[in-house]
Design a protein around this ligand. Structure first.
Ligand code: SF4
Length: 381
């Protein structure tokens, strides 16, 4: 699913200093800060034509082995971090809604047993409409899920077939309605910028989204990755100008304010998990290939999966990451001392039509957001 993009930082490996650290298997001597938890579920019914994410088509995986591995990782983190507070848990993929409810329960129970899950914790499950009935959703909610992020992608069946999705628009709408009836927070992901898209079709999509009454949606521009089925075709994609017009039309048509480059929500319905991460909070990635940023004994670590990578990162590198991630959001990045050390304040002050400083935060303007990548190369020294 597309949210994984936020777990990949645009920093070259050479910037990430220092050698791997030996695993520490003793209980920590001091209370470590709260960590958000991301759990990767790498299985899907089939691969979508545009998907370059770490997932494989496998409708009947060995769920028992999967759950055991995740629980083992939770044990390892408990040994390293102690009974940390957990403000958010996010099951992403892949297709987490493929999981049987008892597997979801096993993992959630393990987290509750070893960690101090906040009473108001946000627990999100990503869902493909073809893989979850209203009954199964009810089970997930009873176990603890309180936010559903649905991969809708399009409300046009021809476009869904083109994208390689296995569900229809009706399937997606029925799932949205079921989630809304259960009163859990509901988000939907959409893709725009297919070869068939125009500003008119995107405005129509946004109008339909408004009618659905959802309070959060993500609008992702279709990008073609060479390793995907789309990458092997010679698709005639809309040019940059057309894409920019579509992006602009989305902002003007949706009745949800944009709070991040691709995310829109009414106030209070933003994804708390992603906001925390964009704001530089520590998080753990569970499952193969899942990335995290761990803060332990006053030191930041870059982490991936269970021992795939665990390396110290300097405060400087972490500050650069915070600028890159924070500037994706409309509220921007907090100007901590570390952040002040890595930004070019003269450039910022000379380009106030692109970047603004309000109180103790630096954020892109609407104009700046349209050329965020260019801005970042100037903002970061
Ligand atoms: S559902 Fe499709 S887009 Fe999402 S991870 Fe699976 S293959 Fe990729």
């Amino acid at each position: 699913m597309l949210h994984i993009l936020y777990h990949i930082f645009l920093i070259s490996k050479s910037d990430l200093s220092l050698a791997p650290i030996k695993m520490i298997c003793t209980m920590p001597s001091m209370k470590n800060p709260a960590h958000n938890i991301y759990i990767h579920v790498p299985f899907c019914m089939s691969k979508c034509n545009y998907c370059a994410f770490f997932s494989r088509a496998c409708a009947n995986p060995d769920w028992g082995t999967y759950a055991q591995k995740i629980c083992d990782e939770i044990d390892t983190w408990y040994q390293k971090l102690g009974k940390i507070t957990v403000p958010t848990i996010f099951f992403g993929g892949g297709t987490p809604s493929l999981m049987p409810a008892n597997i979801f329960e096993t993992i959630i129970s393990k987290i509750y047993t070893l960690f101090d899950v906040a009473p108001d914790a946000e627990i999100t499950v990503e869902a493909n409409p073809k893989t979850i009935s209203a009954e199964k959703l009810r089970d997930f909610v009873q176990i603890g899920a309180n936010r559903l992020s649905i991969g809708v992608q399009s409300l046009d069946d021809e476009t869904l077939t083109f994208l390689g999705r296995q569900h229809s628009a009706r399937d997606a709408i029925e799932l949205i309605n079921a989630a809304q009836k259960m009163n859990i927070r509901t988000s939907a992901d959409f893709i725009y910028g297919t070869p068939m898209d125009t500003v008119y079709s995107v405005v129509q999509l946004c109008t339909q989204i408004n009618e659905l009454g959802i309070r959060h949606c993500s609008m992702y521009e279709l990008t073609i990755e060479p390793t995907t089925p789309f990458g092997k075709k010679n698709l005639q994609m809309p040019d940059n100008g057309a894409m920019a017009e579509m992006y602009d039309a989305i902002g003007k048509t949706l009745n949800l304010p944009r709070y991040e480059v691709s995310n829109y929500a009414t106030h209070g319905n933003e994804c708390k998990h992603n906001l925390n991460i964009w704001d530089g909070a520590p998080y753990i990635g569970l499952g193969q290939g899942a990335a995290g940023r761990v803060y332990m004994d006053n030191q930041w670590y870059e982490q991936m999966g269970n021992n795939e990578r665990f390396e110290k990162i300097s405060n400087n590198v972490r500050a650069i990451e915070n600028v890159i991630m924070g500037m994706r959001t409309m509220r921007g990045c907090q100007l901590t001392d570390d952040v002040k050390n890595v930004i070019d304040i003269d450039w910022v002050q000379n380009n106030h039509e692109l970047v603004k400083i309000i109180d103790d935060r630096i954020a892109p303007t609407d104009k700046g957001l349209m050329i965020l990548d260019n801005i970042l190369t100037n903002v970061v020294k």
